[in-house]
Design a binder for this molecule. Structure first.
Ligand code: NCD
Length: 301
């Protein structure tokens, strides 16, 4: 594996290899027994053209937990502001020979474009509504830790399916790994064509939740909408997750959210505070071993 650009490029076996490697790092981080200097001397360049809290910080922690150095390139202080083109910025940074680049960009397929121009590995930290592969991997790791498997799980993805790269990558990964996947959204947020075959569409929340093991909430991505597509109070009323709504899913169902999550729009305060059902904190924590695994596999490759 030279790059990680999307789940669409990975086989089920490759996904399993990454998840096994991530689990090894998850165990190592809790016991303290792993090689914390494995990639000493390596330099990872973070090129984030969009805002990020979880993804950027956990990539940085992952690199540092492996002994690597990180440079967080800053769009605001860069020469892009002086009129340099994106392509020339990329060629300039490539000439400095980083060991890996992590890119987040609003353009569809931007990581594939820069992977062709770079000599080093490129990791997609999220592009447009297309793919966010490390998020889907850490979500899968969280589900696998909780249920011991992915095969046969019923996963209901609720929210802005049309504009979400997290929903796209999760549909791709989970169907490849044998899960039953559904998406639940109002028609305005439901794309005509889904990112994966074999995914069922629901517009009614209670129907879509019925029999689900995992409920994954996806934020309405207002910054990607060119007009008002939802009204907050009506959205919460029809698609907001509460304990009452969750009772339609399996008794032991868990709720995940890639974050940032919006209380009172996507999820009630009570459910957001219920650590037995809403596994957001372990999900965020899994970002680090997952990204350590991806960095390790690419730096070694
Ligand atoms: C998401 C993203 O930016 O794609 N967040 C994340 O990376 N964990 C989802 C979002 O912004 O809603």
């Amino acid at each position: 594996m030279k790059h990680l650009l999307g789940i669409c490029d990975l086989s089920a076996q490759e996904i399993k290899t990454i998840l096994d490697h991530a689990q090894m790092y998850a165990d190592g981080l809790s016991s303290g027994d792993y090689d914390a200097q494995k990639h000493k001397g390596k330099i990872i360049l973070h090129l984030f053209f969009e805002n990020s809290t979880r993804t950027l910080t956990s990539f940085e922690m992952a690199a540092k937990r492996l002994g690597a150095e990180v440079i967080n390139w800053n769009r605001e202080t860069s020469s892009l502001k002086k009129g340099e083109s994106f392509m020339d910025t990329i060629d300039t940074l490539n000439a400095m020979r980083p060991d890996t680049i992590v890119l987040r960009h609003s353009e569809y397929g931007a990581p594939n474009y820069i992977a062709k121009r770079m000599d080093c590995s490129v990791i997609n930290g999220g592009d447009s509504w297309r793919e966010h592969p490390t998020q889907a991997l850490l979500d899968a790791l969280t589900m696998r830790q909780h249920f011991g498997k992915l095969d046969g799980l019923t996963v209901a993805i609720v929210g802005d399916i049309a504009h979400s790269r997290v929903a796209s990558s999760n549909m791709g990964l989970l169907t490849k790994m044998g899960a039953n996947v559904r998406v639940i959204a109002p028609l305005e947020l439901m794309p005509e064509k889904l990112a994966a075959e074999g995914v069922d569409k629901f517009t009614d929340l209670n129907e879509g939740l019925s029999g689900a093991d995992v409920v994954m909430s996806i934020r309405p991505q207002k910054e990607r909408m060119d007009k008002v597509l939802i009204h907050d109070a009506a959205y919460f009323n029809d698609y907001g997750l509460t304990h009452e709504r969750l009772a339609h899913a399996k008794k032991e169902a868990i709720v995940l959210d890639p974050g940032p999550f919006i209380r009172g729009l996507q999820i009630s305060d009570e459910l957001a505070e219920d650590k037995t059902r809403f596994l957001y904190a372990p999900q965020v924590a899994n970002g680090i071993p997952t990204r350590m695994a991806v960095l390790d596999l690419l730096l070694e490759g």
